[in-house]
Design a protein around this ligand. Structure first.
Ligand code: GLC
Length: 688
């Protein structure tokens, strides 16, 4: 990213904020309160309120439920492991405290660098008022005014640093499932794809590869030689991506536990004893990721797997997710004992049930341990939302300590602004619901605004049984998301595409992803390097077009395209709003692209089940890779075509970005030019 200074930001400080690591550029403190807000102090809490206009739109907040326009709900920054991503939820896995309010009269954006609990009442209590409350009252508040929404995002990136760069193979199709445990399981998945010509670049290894769910171990019976497995997979151009969770088992026979104790890297209670809570392996210790020394220790644990050839990981359970603490469980048993044998009425029954249901992720547990933030002792609940960020940072710093020049794949479930410098993120445990396909689309722009460009949801849905039509429609969105991973839970229907009768249609759609990769990769890298956005709501590009501003189910993609996936069951098509003339590209297979010029305005578009649709702005061209690819490695040899709709004698150029896809060595930007064309649209091979 060019070394510029954010030009629209003013910084205000409240209370005594901790240093979160989110910001990379120190700004002077402005005295007083920001003029746009009325500020109220209530005990320790500080609230910022603002009257808004009926036309004002609200964007940002990273991963959260509901539409792209966040107006009309109350959100809560409080990282939570919650599998029910439904409309009423206030919090999900991460906290992304950046909000843009934009309307005909003004644009205003704010970033609260505050890792504690925050409520965002966005015209929920009062239809025309926003009230943002920091419960701790210790924060750095950054306010951006006199700028466009895109400029506010650019300034945020200058303030918080550039987005993480994944390797090129991280843009390939990745197959995952909670359940692959052995070398044979993984080979079966690879064969399932390769034998049918389904492109594939990676396979994720979920907790089943581990020895008794212990991080940095693998089951030696099922995977006798990890290095040999990685080597054999690489011959097939497949990268294995193991999961790493936050908890370290309480067991001195476990190497990570022993060295963590020796290095004093785990969080402690007020009285200095080690905090414990259960996750997958049972009772676990939790690394103090907010401490530089502990982070370095955790990062060093990746080394043996890196030495075995692994070059990508996913980080999970890092809200942190706590199933129960021994103290919480003891209290629950006391209540259960008290109620044993009693005839329970409604209240008694509810009390018993909620006693056990509320064991997980309890506020009491989060308030019972401390971090050593490099000399400053802080109770966890005051900085709760930093934990996933800290883990991602520790992981990537560990990988870079091993090889500073290599771009590793890393995506996490929980994060915070600042975490976008160290890894991407996936959207957690969604379900095989049509509404979650739409939610996937709607979560993308908010994450991009917060710097998380490399992101995606579990395609097909994690929980519940997917159907062949839902998975196909989901892939028709997934071909555009930087992380394109099919992942599902144990106990659900097997979700590899070859398990479905219509797998050939799915395969064709996945091959279209590879066809689009020169464009997707260029646009992603340019957005990451220039502080731009890969996905944007239409309101960012067409602020003066009222209809465009209110579109909540289409996205601008890069500088030239728009997407409008079908997300409803049994749909024969969908309504689309075109803010300008565009070329509709129906992607059916690499041999079968149907091109239709379309005029600005509203359309009902028939879209067959086996078609993904993409719109290219008139007068623009995008590059496509010619050929059938097994994996991203094959792309290096690809011939390119240019696709676009140009008027007579009109010419267009496309700025292609290419690099080695593996290291941080600078890439090249070169402009591909279309020739003069006579037809209304072009598909030109081998542009100069
Ligand atoms: C969590 C993750 C999910 C994973 C499972 C088992 O639920 O979100 O992706 O499959 O844990 O590790």
């Amino acid at each position: 990213m060019p070394s510029q200074h954010p030009s629209h930001i003013l910084r205000y400080v409240y209370g005594d904020p901790v240093s979160t690591g989110a910001v990379v550029c120190e700004l002077p403190v402005t005295a007083g309160d920001p003029a746009a807000f009325s500020v109220r102090h209530d005990g320790t809490a500080v609230s910022f309120s603002l009257d808004v206009e009926p036309e004002d739109l609200m964007f940002g907040l990273g991963q959260s439920v509901r539409g792209m326009n966040k107006r009309g709900h109350i959100y809560r920054s409080w990282n939570t492991d919650d599998v029910m991503h439904v409309e009423e939820k206030e919090s999900l896995y991460g906290s992304y405290n950046f909000l843009i309010i934009t309307g005909p009269e003004r644009t205003l954006a704010l970033f609260l660098d505050d890792p504690g609990e925050i409520t965002w009442d966005l015209c929920h209590t009062s239809l025309e008022q926003v009230v943002i409350t920091s419960l701790n009252g210790d924060l750095n508040l950054y306010v951006m005014e006199d700028c466009t929404p895109a400029e506010a995002c650019h300034d945020l990136r200058l303030l918080t640093g550039p987005s993480y760069l994944p390797p090129l193979w991280g843009f390939g199709y990745i197959q995952s499932r909670w359940g692959y445990a052995s070398r044979e399981d993984l080979e079966k998945v690879v064969r399932g794809h390769r034998d049918r010509g389904i492109p594939l670049d990676g396979v994720c290894m979920d907790i089943d590869y581990m020895d008794r769910y212990r991080n940095f171990t693998w089951n030696r019976e099922k995977i006798p030689d990890l290095a040999a497995l990685v080597r054999d997979m690489k011959k097939e151009h497949i990268h294995l991506v193991p999961i790493i969770d936050a908890g370290i088992p309480v067991d001195e026979n476990d190497a990570a536990c022993r060295s963590g104790l020796e290095n004093d890297s785990f969080v402690r209670r007020e009285d200095g004893t080690l905090f414990q809570a259960a996750v997958w392996p049972g009772l676990s210790y939790f690394t103090d990721y907010l401490n530089t020394r502990a982070r370095a220790w955790f990062g060093s644990l990746y080394r043996p797997m890196l030495e075995a050839g692994i070059d990508g990981f996913w980080n999970d359970m890092n809200e942190p997710s706590l199933f129960y603490s021994p103290e919480g469980m003891a209290r629950a048993y006391e209540i259960a004992d008290e109620m044993r044998g009693k005839n329970l009425d409604l209240n008694g029954n509810w009390r018993l049930q909620s006693t056990f249901q509320s064991l997980a992720n309890s506020r009491q547990d989060y308030a019972s341990f401390y971090h050593d933030m490099d000399g400053r002792k802080v109770r966890h609940d005051k900085v709760h939302n930093l934990y996933g960020f800290g883990m991602t940072r520790a992981s990537m710093e560990g990988m870079h300590a091993y090889d500073p020049d290599r771009r590793f794949l890393l995506f996490t479930r929980s994060s915070y602004i600042g975490g976008h410098r160290y890894g991407g993120m996936w959207m957690g445990d969604n379900r095989s619901w049509w509404s979650h396909l739409k939610l996937n689309l709607q979560m993308l722009p908010g994450l991009n605004m917060c710097g998380f460009l490399y992101c995606g949801a579990d395609l097909g849905g994690f929980g519940s049984d997917v159907t062949g039509d839902l998975l196909l429609r989901w892939l028709e969105l997934g071909i555009f998301t930087p992380l394109m991973r099919n992942h599902s839970s144990t106990g659900t229907r097997e979700q590899e595409i070859y398990q479905f009768k219509n797998w050939e249609d799915m395969c064709n759609i996945i091959t279209c992803r590879y066809l689009l990769l020169p464009y997707i990769y260029s646009e992603f890298m340019k957005a990451a390097l220039d502080g731009g956005l890969y996905f944007r709501p239409l309101a960012f590009d067409y602020p003066d077009d009222r209809d465009a501003c209110h579109v909540d189910d289409q996205l601008m993609l890069g500088g030239d395209c728009m997407i409008a996936p079908v997300y409803e069951p049994n749909a024969i098509g969908r309504s689309v709003y075109l803010p300008e003339d565009m070329l509709l590209v129906r992607l059916i297979s690499i041999e079968n692209l149907i091109l239709e010029p379309m005029n600005k305005g509203y359309h009902f578009l028939p879209v067959a089940l086996n078609e993904a649709i993409l719109f290219v702005k008139r007068g623009h061209v995008i590059p496509l890779a010619d050929g059938h690819f097994r994996c991203t490695d094959d792309l290096a040899q690809a011939q390119l075509s240019l696709l676009g709709w140009l008027g007579e004698k009109e010419q267009a150029g496309y700025e292609l970005y290419t690099d080695d896809g593996r290291s941080y060595a600078a890439g090249k930007r070169r402009v591909l030019r279309s020739d003069r064309v006579d037809g209304s649209y072009i598909l030109r091979r081998n542009p100069s």
